[in-house]
Ligand binder design. Structure first.
Ligand SMILES: CC(C)(COP(=O)(O)OP(=O)(O)OC[C@H]1O[C@@H](n2cnc3c(N)ncnc32)[C@H](O)[C@@H]1OP(=O)(O)O)[C@@H](O)C(=O)NCCC(=O)NCCS
Length: 246
């Protein structure tokens, strides 16, 4: 019977979604299934999307969009009813997530708050990203256009990605670019996009050197002690434990 089959499918998807929350959100580990269903906005948005998507596929008018709009108001997560989402998606925190109409998401994908899977303009047809299995997309990342994010890739928080991403790579920055592929640093003369020159720090350093030289000269002429020269320190990335995972 199709009704029973749909019910069995949806309940198995819900169980997998709840398991995904437990696996990937440390806070959810101690929570009961009921608590997760009642208070995890990512789970609620996904559950409603699965219903809206099934209605849309059966050609039901308006209602799928109404469900999507209602869930957006409730959770801050907007998922177009036509978006295709695999099993085990986990949307952590949720607010500000946008998933466009022609998005395809594989299995076991993780999205943090503020992620946009959107289009680049007014194109029609397939115009949103395809995200393969086991991808993690950091908070605030914007993935735009009909690009493919290869399986196992990690997209750094606040990246803007407009080109395909190789499997098992880490992509960061704006524009997003790979900094690790298969766990190895990307080699090549133009590969270091993170340690870019800092023109403001360089200008301030040059001024500081000038002031130091002038102060030294004044001290010499007035026979007083020279002042210590100000030190300009460029901003550095702090290394630490892997911050992925909430
Ligand atoms: C990208 C990310 C997944 C780490 O992936 P990883 O493969 O373990 O990569 P690493 O931590 O080794 O970082 C690779 C390089 O990218 C840099 N980098 C990492 N994240 C970055 C980001 N978001 N923006 C810019 N550069 C970043 C690192 O400093 C490192 O630089 P290095 O080559 O000079 O050492 C992680 O940094 C990230 O952004 N996670 C998102 C987490 C999130 O959104 N949490 C929200 C919780 S509420």
């Amino acid at each position: 019977m199709p009704g029973l089959q749909s019910f069995a499918r949806v309940s198995s998807e819900v169980r997998r979604d709840v398991r995904a929350a437990r696996d990937r959100d440390p806070v959810a580990r101690a929570a009961s299934t009921g608590e997760i269903l009642a208070t995890w906005p990512g789970i609620q948005a996904l559950l409603a999307h699965r219903v809206a998507h099934a209605l849309q596929a059966r050609g039901v008018p308006v209602l799928p969009r109404v469900i999507s709009m209602f869930m957006r108001t409730l959770t801050g997560i907007e998922i177009h009813p036509a978006a295709r989402i695999g099993a085990g998606l986990f949307i952590d925190h949720g607010a500000g997530v946008v998933i466009g109409e022609t998005v395809d998401i594989g299995d076991d994908v993780t999205l943090y708050q503020g992620v946009t899977l959107g289009g680049t303009g007014f194109a029609t047809g397939k115009r949103h990203p395809t995200v393969q299995d086991n991808v993690t997309i950091g908070s605030g990342a914007k993935l735009l256009g009909p690009i493919t994010i290869g399986h196992g890739a990690k997209i750094g928080a606040n990246s803007v990605v407009i080109t395909d991403v190789p499997p098992n790579s880490t992509v960061v920055g704006n524009p997003g670019h790979p900094v690790r592929v298969d766990g190895r640093r990307v080699e090549g003369p133009d590969a270091d996009w993170i340690h870019l020159p800092d023109p403001i720090a360089e200008a301030i350093q040059a001024l500081s050197n000038r002031i130091g030289a002038l102060e030294g000269r004044v001290a010499e002429l007035s026979e007083s002690d020279p002042q210590p020269v100000a030190e300009v320190r460029p901003l550095r990335t702090v290394r630490g434990t892997n911050p992925a995972g909430g």
